[in-house]
Design a protein around this ligand. Structure first.
Ligand SMILES: CC(C)(COP(=O)(O)OP(=O)(O)OC[C@H]1O[C@@H](n2cnc3c(N)ncnc32)[C@H](O)[C@@H]1OP(=O)(O)O)[C@@H](O)C(=O)NCCC(=O)NCCS
Length: 163
């Protein structure tokens, strides 16, 4: 039985999103960096700095007591300062993370499905992301309809149509 529920992410969730950003940056334990190092890295921190600014949207999964389990959120980047998973101006880029103790219980997939619906309701046609091919999350994204549009080094940029 599902032991979490999903709600919209609000401005006060910035800390949870930062936690999940650190988890996403540190998906490979061999190349793990401290929280401070990750969040001092502008290329990474730009996914949460200033949350929740116009155009941002997201979902937080939380347990029965309201304690966050994980989050998935989307942010728009301009063509002259693209994110890693940039495909076009106006296509929001996703970040996804689940706290380690909650993994492999369906929260990641549930968050991905939920944000697809939120994106469509906000008038978006596509969502994009960047994922390293060694991360099992790559297979999760494929199974949720994401398709690789460009590849570089060890990472793919993937896109999913949401309506
Ligand atoms: C990726 C992540 C968000 C997935 O969340 P999750 O709640 O653990 O995922 P789910 O329980 O919904 O499982 C999704 C699928 O991945 C599979 N999976 C889960 N953990 C796995 C693991 N350690 N290795 C391989 N596959 C795994 C599940 O079996 C499931 O597939 P299934 O439905 O066919 O069984 C989570 O592991 C995480 O936070 N990782 C670190 C951050 C990260 O890498 N983010 C993505 C950056 S692009």
């Amino acid at each position: 039985m599902e032991q979490f529920r999903i709600r919209p992410a609000i401005g006060e969730d910035a800390r949870v999103l930062a936690d999940m950003l650190v988890e996403a940056a540190n998906w490979n334990p061999v190349r793990s960096r401290s929280r401070m190092t990750v969040l001092d890295d502008h290329a990474v921190a730009r996914y949460v700095v200033g949350w929740r600014r116009p155009g941002d949207f997201g979902c937080v999964a939380e347990d029965a007591r309201g304690v966050p389990v994980g989050a998935c959120w989307a942010r728009l980047f301009p063509a002259n300062a693209p994110g890693r998973g940039f495909v076009a101006a106006g296509v929001p880029e996703l970040t996804l993370g689940v706290y380690p103790q909650w993994r492999a219980r369906g929260a990641g997939r549930a968050l991905l499905r939920e944000i697809g619906g939120v994106a469509a309701a906000r008038g978006h046609a596509r969502l994009s992301l960047s994922v390293q091919r060694g991360n099992f999350a790559h297979g999760l994204y494929v199974s949720e309809g994401f398709v690789t549009v460009t590849s570089r080094d060890d990472a793919d940029t993937m896109v999913r149509t949401v309506r």
